[in-house]
Design a protein around this ligand. Sequence first.
Ligand code: SF4
Length: 124
Amino acid sequence: MTVRSIVRIDEELCNGCGLCVTPCAEGAIQMVDGKARVIREELCDGAGFCLGVCPTGALSIETREAPAFDREAAEAHAQAQPTYITQRCFRCDAGEDRAVLLPCRSQGHSLWVCTRCLPVLIHG
Ligand code: SF4
């Protein structure tokens, strides 16, 4: 065990939408009984890529004692149980095969936007 950053999921706020599963490249988050859960703490690197997509604010990063992040275990887990779901840009519908996508928040919604449409959002 070590003191480090790790994802915290507020079960009361989680609505079970599942949006946080895909951004977790390590496969640390999965849906269990309709709620998001960190299934094995050693798979969570605490990077927080899942935070931006949560529509309810259920996800946060906390610093506490937890098993150290195990990169080899995370890579093995991600290959054995792929949870990857392809995403599309909410403006132009480009998929990841055509553009780099980033998570963003707009008017209370969690969305994916491609790097070609992002300047329009920034500059209008
Ligand atoms: S994105 Fe937020 S509300 Fe949706 S499943 Fe994950 S923690 Fe729950």
